[in-house]
Design a protein around this ligand. Structure first.
Ligand SMILES: [Zn+2]
Length: 70
């Protein structure tokens, strides 16, 4: 089903907690970059800073970004 094309999502909710405020982080992306934005304090963090805390949501989000590479 095209309607559930997860690969086109530009944003994904993760279960990772912000180090600043313990809010939940959303994974977001620009054309070629992925970053994490806190849903609570709005702090933007590089994915690398949380790479060891990566959950399934972030992992599939990252995979989809890499699939977009030409
Ligand atoms: Zn935060």
């Amino acid at each position: 089903m095209w309607g559930l094309s997860y690969s086109r999502a530009r944003k994904a909710e993760t279960t990772i907690e912000c180090r600043e405020c313990a809010g939940k982080l959303n994974a977001e992306r620009t054309c070629h970059e992925v970053y994490l934005r806190c849903t609570k304090c709005d702090k933007v963090t590089d994915v690398q800073d949380y790479i060891h805390e990566m959950d399934d949501a972030l992992e599939s989000f990252m995979e989809n970004v890499f699939c977009d590479r030409v």
